[in-house]
Design a protein around this ligand. Structure first.
Ligand SMILES: [Zn+2]
Length: 416
């Protein structure tokens, strides 16, 4: 029986690597075709906002990114084949010295380090070739290296103790280890979300309160109505890495905040800044962070429960081409193989995210003016060279934000 399960799982795994890869390439091709079909003119709805030159720049940039992503997908599929069917993961585990708990942690650290190294050329190419070519890159090799080093130190300081904790629980807490590990990881996630805005993000960027005489009174007003404090609105020096513009909301409790990229502010008028601020405040007011947290806690509980059930099932390990049963291998399989199985659920996650964007837009339209948000958003599209056209199926799978025309159409309808 065990052998049969192993065989089925191996076939499923290999099939999914191939099928998902083909599906992703197919989706990317559809998107590229949509771009090319719409290249010659700006879609009617956007004619007042977007010049043909800006539209065509967005199409070229979007196409270049998709072409790179297709190469990347192929590379990732090759790596998955190497690690699993070609037993790279198993070889790595067996090559490391057997020092009990350290062996497990060392294995995961080694795997992560190798993956980071293999990822490096892609980041270098994206930053210094692709982004550079379209005039977005502002990072220097020195800053790039410094960012990587800081990330590495942080990952070590936070990740290694967490791994030791989980492996220790696995080895000491018997059949309920997964429940304890789930609790530890959840506490860790909450801690991280709380710490991120105040401690981690400032390691990479400078944050200043959002100011400017005309903005001040407007901000006070909006923020108080949303039940916030004006001290929670910041500007970040994003321009030191890239000229892409954005705004986001993050954090928990006392550390929650709305952050504007300085790059975005320089192109926006006061009314547009306030409309985008209202959108971000809408996410806060509608409790989108706590809602996502609840969902992620539920999924993580299910994940750990399944890990608990599979922790000593030979067929599960063998089914993923690793003939070693160990907590380190179990964690690796869950983090590396699970995305293969959950890929097909991505339309659901993207749908939830897009629904929340509409909700935040509606909030902003109530608190400020819909037309200010529309012009702010379209400046964001223009500044980031994000194409305003999209393929429907591609969008269903990948887009966390609704397509431009849908968003604008809804906002137009909210004007009344
Ligand atoms: Zn949003």
């Amino acid at each position: 029986m065990t052998n049969l399960y192993t065989y089925y799982l191996q076939v499923t795994f290999i099939s999914l690597v191939v099928i998902n890869h083909l599906a992703e390439i197919y989706l990317a091709r559809r998107q590229v075709n949509t771009f090319q079909k719409n290249k010659s003119e700006v879609p009617f709805e956007f004619r007042h906002f977007l010049s043909l030159a800006d539209h065509q720049k967005a199409i070229s940039y979007g196409t270049a990114r998709l072409n790179l992503s297709q190469a990347r997908l192929a590379w990732d599929a090759v790596l998955l084949f190497y690690w699993f069917p070609f037993r790279g993961a198993e070889k790595l585990y067996l090559a490391l010295p057997d020092w009990g708990i350290h062996h497990e942690v060392l294995f995961l650290v080694a795997f992560t380090a190798i993956s980071m190294l293999l990822n490096l050329p892609w980041s270098v190419y994206t930053t210094f070739v692709l982004e550079e070519r379209f005039g977005f890159n502002r990072s220097t090799p020195r800053l790039f290296v410094l960012d990587r080093l800081k990330g590495l130190v942080l990952a070590g300081l936070l990740g290694v103790p967490l791994l030791y904790g989980i492996v220790f629980l696995f080895q000491s807490f018997g059949s309920l280890w997964w429940l304890w590990s789930f609790l530890v990881l959840t506490a860790f996630q909450f801690g991280l979300l709380w710490l991120y805005p105040a401690v981690i993000a400032p390691l990479f960027n400078k944050f200043k309160p959002l100011e400017g005489a005309e903005l001040k009174s407007g901000i006070e007003d909006l923020v108080t109505r949303a039940g916030f404090n004006a001290r929670e609105v910041f500007v970040m020096d994003a321009s030191k890495r890239s000229s892409h513009g954005n705004a986001y909301f993050t954090g928990l409790g006392k550390n929650k905040r709305v952050v504007f990229f300085d790059t975005l502010l320089k192109d926006l008028g006061t009314a547009e800044v306030l409309a985008i601020l209202a959108h971000e405040l809408g996410h806060m007011k509608l409790r989108h962070i706590p809602k996502s947290l609840v969902a992620s806690v539920v999924f993580s509980f299910i994940g750990f429960w399944i890990m608990g059930a599979l922790a000593d099932e030979n067929w599960f390990f063998n089914g993923h081409f690793v003939r070693v049963i160990s907590p380190g291998v179990l964690l690796l399989l869950f983090t590396q193989a699970i995305p293969l199985y959950t890929f097909w659920a991505s339309p659901v996650f993207s749908w939830v995210s897009r629904k929340r964007e509409f909700e935040a837009d509606a909030y902003a339209a109530r608190e400020t003016k819909a037309e200010d948000l529309v012009s702010g958003l379209l400046k964001l599209y223009q500044q980031n060279a994000s194409p305003v056209v999209t393929d429907g199926l591609y969008s269903t799978f990948y887009h966390s934000h609704p397509p431009a025309y849908e968003r604008v159409r809804r906002l137009e309808s909210l004007k009344a």
